[in-house]
Design a protein around this ligand. Structure first.
Ligand code: KG4
Ligand code: ZN
Length: 370
């Protein structure tokens, strides 16, 4: 009974994504429509709300995922859909059992409506997925040797989490951000440096930082005096803003029109910001590994995932820390680090296998959900 085919739908942030994945780990299809895509397609008219953007493309994205996989709705074992951005962090496990049905029927999210419609029409079970858990568990699709317990660092636009994953649904939080997440700091820095924001800020900073001197601007590493595993990026954001002001950098002037002197001072800030932002991650990860190994000495792997984990500099630096402390890094390829449907489908498979899913919604109800 372990030959499952699951459709995963992800609409919890900016991207509308869908994918079809097999329980063998085979990715049958993967489709992502980003708002940047939309911007290009509709000639620069940005949809006012992410929700509207999702509604515009959801049918096409899901159909494309099914077509590319060469799968019909009736071939599916279940539909998995992101129902929450959070990760329930208690050792009693994620609450995707009895109570998730209420959240699924209450949610007005575009992805959930679409999932209910398909599941209702074709009589398929639904698996409600937590976004951050999906970021973490997709690592088990990439590395089949990855057994519980393992460590996870999740770095995205909205979250900075250090977790000890004890078992499926059993997560112990070792650290979180007390203010902003690292992705937010990348995005603001990119905006203030006048970078091209048709894609997200992170990749733009990563690229510009390669031209800069990472030692040129002296930013303080956050939370040095706090001997815990929490994060803070609000103070670094302020330091960056002040540095930008003191160099008279004008974000209204796009970097493509900046003088070469102006360009190099922007690159220096990007490189210096990135160095310190990642140093903060390195310090927290090192301490967290120490904590985790005391609780669970059998840990072998350290997973890094979420949008910021697609950054090559981040990956290289964290790889060193993890290796030095005797663990092995597992970092999904960039397309599986940023929001995607594969992680949702895969996490759906993990839950479905152990019986954590909801029965199909009534077919007639599915008719009028969209
Ligand atoms: O996981 P994700 O796609 O969406 C959320 O759940 O938030 O993460 C998005 C974040 C954004 O802040 C984006 O700037 C950042 O990930 N990001 C990067 C890179 N690619 C995406 N940050 C640094 N370097 C990158 N290459
Ligand atoms: Zn995400």
């Amino acid at each position: 009974a372990d030959d499952l085919v699951i459709l995963g739908i992800e609409t919890s942030c900016d991207d509308t994504a869908a994918a079809v994945v097999r329980s063998s780990g085979e990715i049958l299809s993967q489709v992502v429509s980003s708002q940047a895509d939309l911007l290009a397609r509709y000639g620069g008219v940005a949809p006012k709300m992410a929700e509207e953007a999702h509604a515009q493309v959801i049918d096409r994205v899901v159909q494309e995922a099914l077509d590319k996989a060469n799968v019909k709705e009736l071939d599916l074992s279940a539909v998995a859909v992101t129902i929450g951005p959070g990760l329930s962090l208690c050792l009693r496990g994620l609450d995707t059992g009895e109570n998730s049905i209420d959240r699924l029927s209450n949610s007005r999210g575009i992805g959930v409506q679409k999932a209910r419609k398909i599941a209702g029409t074709f009589n398929l079970p639904i698996v409600g997925i937590h976004h951050m858990e999906a970021h973490a568990l997709v690592a088990r699709l990439i590395e089949r040797e990855l057994q519980f317990p393992f460590m996870v660092l999740l770095i995205s636009g909205g979250h900075n989490l250090l977790i000890l994953a004890c078992d499926l649904g059993q997560y112990l939080q070792l650290g979180t951000t007390i203010d902003d997440a690292i992705g937010e700091a990348y995005d603001k820095t990119a905006k203030w440096l006048g970078l091209d924001l048709r894609r997200s800020g992170g990749p733009a900073i990563e690229e510009l930082a390669r031209e800069g001197d990472p030692e040129s601007v002296k930013f303080a590493v956050p939370m040095k005096q706090h001997k815990d595993c929490n994060f803070s990026y609000a103070g670094l954001k302020t330091q960056v803003r002040l540095a930008i002001e003191s160099k008279n950098i004008n974000a209204e002037i796009p970097i493509s029109s900046a003088s070469s002197e102006d360009r190099s001072s922007r690159a220096n800030i990007a490189a210096s910001f990135q160095r310190v932002a990642v140093l903060h991650l390195e310090e927290r990860c090192e301490r967290a590994i120490g904590w985790a190994l005391e609780i669970e000495p059998s840990i072998k792997y350290f997973v890094v995932s979420g949008g910021v984990a697609s950054n090559q500099y981040v990956r290289a630096r964290l790889n060193q820390v993890v290796k030095k402390n005797g663990l092995e890094l597992v970092c999904p390829p960039p397309s599986l680090c940023t929001d995607n449907g594969v992680m949702v489908a895969w996490t759906g498979i993990e839950h479905f296998r152990v019986g954590r899913f909801d029965p199909p919604p009534p077919a007639d109800e599915a008719e009028d959900t969209i």
